[in-house]
Design a binder for this molecule. Structure first.
Ligand code: ATP
Length: 379
């Protein structure tokens, strides 16, 4: 049904796809496996007519060429894409998201029937129709995204990494849902990094490496292939790489694993200060035990005495300021210990306004004792 032949995509100087050919038939799940940067998303975007690169080659749907058509015409031709990251309208309700998917002419007349079909496929969405999409879980949002694409009544549904960010349980549910979509007679082109689960539901698969299709087989045989197991199913040590065609001008995909920054080994606090924390705690405890402690009542009395002394000095200053203000005489400079007493200022009578007298409230000191029960009690 969908036939891609000798498709190449170039971004500037970078060849993201080179002579790629894939096929998806009615009611068939085809998976594209490949490392990061292999060109998987580029393939789906090129088929959907939304690729920014230069596209060459042939893309046919039911014998009709798609290449060169605008993306909406491609949807009209029966090919729908669920993009990576879902792309649902978060502020709209589930139902509104679904209805928006039916804007294509091919789907408008059958909107009610398509909605019914989507809700039958994903019964969970039935009771959530009025829920705002962004408040749903990742798995539920993925269901909305697939449902919205299904509302365009496609013959081919393409999904870009639909399991990304989903828990294992939701992944399982998602892949089960895809088998139900297949049962509805729709062909599925699935780009996935979750090789295990995607191969488990797929009929056929392609391996895409460095812009080239390097292998094609039934999903069953791919899952048993030792090279596939090593590269995509986590069996064995290093990821196996099939040799790309010798004449490949495509640049190597970035070595993603190697590029991931290794965490610098963390030095413990003990290593950084060069002393054992246990030793520090023990020393502090001993020092604390050997220091004679003053009774709380003595400390409280000391604080009160000190405060009262300070308050007495301040009050004396205020009284003196008030007295001089009444007599319109400036305050003499404050005496400091050891300093010579300055000659008294000549008493003058002037017209300057009396100074502002600030009134202080005498601070109240309260001492609380903490009881073993944790409650505080006033001394
Ligand atoms: P992943 O699994 O990480 O999504 P992928 O296999 O889907 O990777 P693509 O997104 O198709 O890879 O990208 C293939 C190559 O093309 C990458 O090297 C990428 O940097 C490059 N590429 C993709 N889109 C553009 C763009 N719009 N402009 C320039 N280069 C791009």
């Amino acid at each position: 049904m969908l036939e891609v032949c000798n498709l190449s995509v170039v971004y500037g100087q970078h060849r993201a796809l080179d002579d790629v050919s894939v096929r998806v038939d009615k009611g068939e799940i085809v998976v594209i496996l490949g490392a990061n940067g292999a060109g998987k998303s580029t393939l789906l975007r090129a088929i959907s007519g939304i690729c920014e690169g230069r596209v060459s080659g042939q893309i046919d749907m039911g014998g009709h060429p798609l290449k060169g058509l605008t993306s909406d015409r491609i949807v009209e031709a029966g090919v729908a894409l669920v993009p990576e990251g879902r792309g649902i309208f978060g502020d709209l309700s589930v139902r509104e998201n679904l209805i928006l998917g039916a804007y294509a002419n091919r789907a408008r007349e059958d909107e009610a029937a398509n909605l019914e079909r989507v809700l039958t496929l994903f019964p969970k969405l039935t009771e959530r129709q009025s829920q705002i999409a962004r408040t749903m879980s990742g798995g539920e949002q993925q269901m909305v995204a697939i449902g919205r694409a299904m509302m365009s009544n496609p013959q081919i549904l393409m999904l870009d990494e639909p399991s990304l960010g989903l828990s294992p349980l939701l992944c399982k549910e998602l892949f089960q849902n895809l088998t139900r979509v297949r049962e509805a007679g729709i062909g599925i082109l699935l780009v996935e990094q979750n090789a295990k689960q995607s191969l488990a539901i797929a009929d056929r698969g392609y391996l895409l490496e460095n812009a080239h299709i390097v292998h094609e087989d039934s999903a069953e045989r791919l899952a048993r292939d030792p090279a596939v197991q090593k590269a995509y199913l986590g069996a064995g040590g290093k990821a196996a790489t099939r040799p790309a065609p010798a004449a490949s001008p495509a640049p190597q995909a970035p070595p993603v694993i190697a590029a991931v920054a290794r965490p610098t080994p963390r030095r413990s606090a003990e290593q950084q200060i060069g002393v054992s924390i246990d030793d520090l705690v023990a020393t502090a405890s001993r020092a604390s035990a050997n220091t004679p402690r003053k009774p709380a009542a003595d400390i409280a009395a000391e604080v009160q005495r000190h405060t009262q002394d300070r308050v007495a000095v301040v009050l004396k200053d205020i009284e003196e300021a008030a007295r001089r203000a009444r007599q319109r005489r400036p305050l003499p400079p404050r005496k400091s210990a050891g300093a010579k007493t300055p000659a008294p200022a000549p008493e003058t009578q002037d017209d300057t306004p009396p100074p502002v007298i600030e009134v202080y409230r005498r601070p109240r000191v309260e001492v609380y004792r903490r009881r073993p029960s944790g409650q505080f009690e006033r001394e």
